[in-house]
Design a protein around this ligand. Structure first.
Ligand SMILES: [Zn+2]
Ligand SMILES: [Zn+2]
Length: 79
C-alpha cells in the first residue's frame, strides 16, 4: 500500500493526500514545483522518473490513513 507521505521531500511543504504531488517508484514524494523546476523530472534519490500520485478516495483514506511520517532529504535537493 502506498504511504501517501505528508510533505515534499525537497521543500518540506505540506502535501495533503488529495493535493497534487509527484512520486517516483520508491514513493519519494515531491510537490509539483520542486519536481519540475528544481529536479527537472528526475528523482534525486534513485534517478527514476515521476508519476502523479493517485488520490485515495475519502472512504478508503478513513480506513487506510495516509502516513504522518515526514521525510526530508538531508541538505535539500537543489544541485
Ligand atoms: Zn517541494
Ligand atoms: Zn526516487
Amino acid at each position: 500500500m502506498m504511504e501517501l507521505r505528508p510533505n515534499c521531500e525537497c521543500c518540506d511543504r505540506d502535501l495533503a493526500p488529495d493535493a497534487p504531488a509527484l512520486i517516483c517508484t520508491f514513493e519519494c514524494t515531491f510537490c509539483p514545483d520542486c519536481a519540475h523546476d528544481v529536479l527537472g523530472g528526475i528523482c534525486p534519490n534513485c534517478g527514476g522518473n515521476f508519476a502523479r500520485r493517485p488520490v485515495r478516495p475519502p472512504a478508503m483514506l478513513a480506513k487506510y490513513p495516509a502516513s504522518t511520517k515526514r521525510v526530508l532529504k538531508q541538505g535539500g535537493c537543489a544541485a
